[in-house]
Design a protein around this ligand. Structure first.
Ligand SMILES: O=C(O)CCC(=O)C(=O)O
Ligand SMILES: [Fe+2]
Length: 252
């Protein structure tokens, strides 16, 4: 069964890969096809509704692919795997699919990072964010610190930009360029995909009260070899045969 494309043609060659490795993130503006945007909006609305009427033992946001067949189908979509392998090389595992929908008035999230194989940079962990209807920097916008991922510090924290500058960022430089680390507020037109190495410092600005919902889902892939604290897969889902996902779902 062949799946319709989710991405328009895009360039992710050596230069783009170098930028991802230097900055810790890389944005592909407007790369999602209209069809994918439409399907994702429908699926993410579905997950959002499920999460508003919680039933015991269910976490629709964190286990999104287990609650929606379209989201499930993207785990092993050929274009998804191609992109993940351009970043991580051939030997990859699926790690998680988490919905990050932010309605008007959502408070965003302060500065933090995530971990995987903190002591061995040969094992990568990348997150592929689908910002379906995009965002403005000051309205549910992703912020990042180029170069912060190279510290492989899974415990970066800062409640505000100021707190991060006075805290973790103070005196830190980019290990390769020597430049002072600085906060970058990203912007994303509709249909944007953003790649981010998991150790990158990141935060999200609040969503304005009168805004529509920011629709977003993230898929994570990694090189196997270490335990992953973010691997939200139920045992049933791990065993479920998903076309194209053979070998992707196991821990090691
Ligand atoms: O909502 C976002 O854009 C990112 C949220 C976040 O911190 C994460 O997914 O790790
Ligand atoms: Fe995060």
């Amino acid at each position: 069964m062949s799946q319709p494309p989710i991405f328009h043609a895009y360039t992710f060659g050596e230069q783009e890969r170098e930028k991802l490795d230097r900055d810790g993130h890389f944005v592909l503006p407007g790369v999602l096809t209209p069809d994918a945007q439409e399907n994702l909006t429908r699926s993410l609305s579905h997950i959002h509704e499920l999460s508003r009427t919680p039933k015991e033992g269910r976490e629709p946001n964190r286990f999104s692919a287990e609650y929606d067949s379209y989201l499930e189908s993207l785990i092993a979509h050929p274009q998804m795997l191609e992109l993940a392998r351009k970043v991580l090389g051939d030997n990859i595992r699926y790690d998680h699919c988490v919905s990050l929908n932010r309605p008007g008035g959502n408070g965003g999230i302060g500065w933090h990072s995530h971990g995987y194989s903190d002591d061995d940079p040969n094992l990568g962990f990348v997150r592929i964010f689908f910002y379906v209807n995009g965002f403005e920097p000051d309205n549910g916008g992703l912020k990042a610190v180029p170069g912060s991922h190279l510290y492989r510090d899974a415990k970066i924290q800062g409640r505000t930009d100021e707190a991060l500058r006075e805290g973790w960022l103070a005196g830190k430089t980019h290990p390769e360029t020597g430049e002072h680390l600085e906060i970058e507020a990203l912007s994303a037109p509709p249909g944007t995909v953003a790649l981010m190495w998991t150790h990158a410092a990141h935060a999200v600005s609040p969503r304005k009260e009168d805004s529509d919902t920011r629709w977003c889902v993230v898929y994570a892939y990694r090189n196997p070899g270490k335990p992953s604290g973010a691997r939200w897969i139920t045992p049933e889902f791990e065993r479920k045969p998903i076309p194209g996902a053979e070998g992707l779902m196991s821990l090691y």
